[in-house]
Design a protein around this ligand. Structure first.
Ligand code: NAI
Length: 346
């Protein structure tokens, strides 16, 4: 673990075990340089201890970059609980984790992530105040988070079109949206209002049908969405969708979507897109709506000001593109370097 901690410059990894509560968890604090480490709690059936630690550390590092990139006064952290979210939850387990978080005295602030819910955060809240997304917070209404995430992605698309195609006006542009869940569906509404033509795909037929009815979208099979001739391809379902199989199929000018970790391998697949002349909007810049409003809520910012904070995505994404061009580096690396600069600031 230490070797990996050194490689990724991780501050602290906390192994948590409480036998009576059946808790086995890992809290990774990647960095507290800019403030308390902020990042949700994931629950998953990890195949091994190594997998759990690796996931916590990788996700915590991603949170450090995301916060630093936007100049938020937070560091990056993540907690992972080993277990099946559908079968292994209990109040005792989450309260036990809450006590571990309390012992960190504010170095780490948790929240909802894959496999955890507002109720779980309410249990943690019984033991510590270092938790977001509890009942009564704006973040607890997942709808607002999804709306702000979709809004950030929409603005990122406009910024990308402006940079590459010479206009941020999406009227008449074709956008292919993969995944019509909480974020993808709201995004389609914003695109439709802006006059864009929509091509959509979802493995759930009912969701695709809903987009046809509401937005006159054209539906294609899930596998066919990659090969659609479009201006923008928007991955809003799973990670790892930009890979050896899919990149050669792409017929878009821009990739800009909400999904986390879209590039299966950052270096190789980032370069592949670059060589094909496809502009890649780094995922964590585009989908930062959620973290931005979490940070705002922690600091007591009003809802209109939260929205304005999300709007910074437009200008910052263009800054990434300019930086990438000036330095001759891929866009994903430009974003990381900009985040690193924030972190190195004395
Ligand atoms: P969701 O679970 O509500 O929606 C995902 C949708 O993708 C579902 O409709 C599902 O049927 C569909 N899907 C799954 N596999 C597919 C495939 N192979 N082809 C086509 N469609 C497929 O998730 P949500 O909340 O909309 O998030 C979407 C993505 O954005 C995820 O990767 C998530 O990690 C990321 N994200 C979400 C945020 C949020 O605020 N909800 C914030 C930041 C990132």
């Amino acid at each position: 673990v230490w070797k990996e901690m050194k490689r990724l410059r991780v501050e602290q990894v906390v192994f948590c075990q409480e036998e009576a509560a059946g808790l086995q968890a890992v809290i990774a604090i990647h960095s507290t340089k800019l403030g308390p480490a902020l990042g949700g709690c994931r629950m998953w059936t990890y195949a091994s201890e190594n997998d759990a630690v690796a996931d916590a550390v990788r996700l915590a590092r991603g949170m450090t970059y995301k916060s630093a990139f936007f100049g938020l006064p937070y560091g990056g952290g993540k907690a992972v609980i080993v277990g099946n979210p559908a079968a292994d939850k209990s109040e005792d387990k989450f309260r036990a984790l809450g006590r571990f978080i309390e012992r960190l005295q504010g170095r780490y602030i948790t929240g909802v992530d894959l496999g955890t819910t507002v109720r779980d955060m309410d249990w943690i809240r019984q033991e510590t105040a270092y938790v977001t997304d509890t009942t009564g917070t704006i973040m607890a209404t997942g709808d607002f988070t999804a709306e702000m995430t979709a809004y950030g992605v929409f603005l990122g698309m406009k910024a990308s079109a402006d940079y590459l195609l010479g206009s941020g006006d999406l009227a008449g542009r074709t956008v292919a949206v993969q995944g019509l869940g909480k974020v993808g569906y709201l995004l389609c509404g914003m695109l439709r209002d802006a006059g864009a033509q929509l091509v959509v795909a979802d493995i759930d037929d009912a969701r695709a049908e809903k987009a046809v009815k509401a937005y006159h979208a054209r539906v294609v099979a899930p596998d066919a969405i990659y090969g659609e001739n479009c201006d923008i391809f928007a991955p809003c379902a799973l990670g790892g969708v930009l890979n050896d199989d899919t990149i050669p199929k792409l017929r878009c000018a821009i990739v800009a979507g909400a999904a986390n970790n879209q590039l299966q391998e950052e270096i190789r697949h980032g370069e592949d897109l670059e060589q094909r002349g496809i502009l890649y909007a780094p995922d964590y810049v585009l989908n930062a709506g959620g973290i931005i409003i979490t940070a705002c809520e922690l600091q007591g910012v009003s809802v209109p000001d939260m929205k304005r904070s999300v709007e910074r995505i437009y200008g910052l994404l263009q800054k990434v593109y300019r930086y990438a061009r000036q330095e001759g580096v891929p866009t994903w690396l430009a974003a990381n370097l900009m985040a690193e600069e924030e972190l190195q600031r004395p």
